[in-house]
Write a new protein. Structure first.
Length: 249
C-alpha cells in the first residue's frame, strides 16, 4: 500500500505587483498542502491568481511574502532544488521550430543532466505513453497544436520529477489529444507523483482531481476534497463552482 506524504506545503504565499497606489495583490495568503499520489486541482476564473500561484511554486516568480516547500526544498532558500524536482508546463511554453520533437527532448534531457542512454530510453517510454511515434522525427513547426502540446508535456516530465505543475495542459486541444493528456496525468498519479493541475474544463476536474482549491480575487475560497465540494455545492461541478464564486462576492 502506497503511503501519501506531503510534497507541496505552502503557507501564506502572497504576491504583489507594483508599489504604492499602483500595487496590485494577485495572490493573498495562499495556504495549501498537496501529497504524493494525488491530483490537486487549482481552479478559478481568469485573473483569480492561479497562474501566479503556480509560477511562485515553480520559482518563476518570487513571493512577496509567505513560505513554501516543494519536495522537501525551501522555495526561497533552495530554488534550484525545487526546479530539479518539478516538471512545469505553462500556457506559454514554446518549442524550437527548426528542431524535431526528438531533438527538442534530447536537448532538454541534456539540460536536466541526464545520461545519454537514459535520455534515449525515456524518450521512447514517453513516446509510447503519449502517442508520439508518428511525429517524433518531424520538425516542431510542422506539428499540430495537439502534437506540440504532447511534446511540451514530454519535455516537462522527461527527468521523471516527483512533482508536476500543469497550467491548463489541454487548453485548445481536440478531444483525442485532451484524452491522451488526461490519461497520462492519471498514470502519473498511479505512479505516486504529486500533480497540481489548473484547468477551466470542469469535466476534467471530475475525472481527475482528488482535492481542489478554488481561487477568486487572489484568495482561496474553497479547499478540500472533491466529495466534500459536491456535498456542499451539488453534483454539478460547474454549477457549484459558479455558486461558490457568487457567494464570495
Amino acid at each position: 500500500m502506497c503511503i501519501s506524504v506531503a510534497v507541496i506545503k505552502a503557507h501564506g504565499l502572497r504576491k504583489v505587483f507594483g508599489s504604492g497606489r499602483k500595487a496590485t495583490t494577485a495572490v493573498d495568503d495562499l495556504t495549501l498542502t498537496c501529497t504524493s499520489g494525488e491530483v490537486f486541482g487549482l481552479l478559478g476564473p481568469n485573473g483569480a491568481g492561479k497562474t501566479t500561484s503556480l509560477r511562485m511554486l515553480s520559482t518563476v516568480l518570487s513571493p512577496t511574502a509567505g513560505e513554501a516547500q516543494v519536495a522537501g526544498y525551501d522555495l526561497k532558500k533552495n530554488s534550484e532544488g525545487v526546479r530539479q524536482s518539478i516538471g512545469f508546463l505553462s500556457g506559454n511554453t514554446g518549442l524550437y521550430p527548426r528542431l524535431t520533437a526528438r531533438e527538442v527532448l534530447r536537448y532538454f534531457g541534456e539540460l536536466f543532466g541526464m545520461e545519454r542512454h537514459a535520455i534515449v530510453e525515456r524518450i521512447e517510454e514517453l513516446s509510447a505513453l503519449l502517442g508520439m511515434g508518428d511525429f517524433l522525427d518531424r520538425r516542431c513547426d510542422k506539428l499540430s497544436t495537439g502534437m506540440q502540446q504532447k511534446v511540451n508535456v514530454a519535455r516537462a516530465v522527461l527527468h521523471d520529477p516527483p512533482v508536476l505543475i500543469m497550467d491548463e495542459p489541454t487548453a485548445g486541444l481536440d478531444v483525442l489529444a485532451s484524452r491522451t493528456i488526461v490519461d497520462f496525468i492519471r498514470d502519473c498519479r498511479s505512479r505516486g507523483k504529486c500533480v497540481i493541475f489548473s484547468t477551466h474544463i470542469m469535466g476534467e476536474v471530475g475525472r481527475l482531481c482528488d482535492r481542489l482549491a478554488i481561487l477568486h480575487e487572489g484568495k482561496v475560497r474553497y479547499e478540500g476534497d472533491l466529495d466534500g465540494f459536491r456535498k456542499g455545492y451539488g453534483d454539478d461541478i460547474e454549477e457549484g463552482f459558479i455558486a461558490l464564486l457568487e457567494g464570495s462576492k
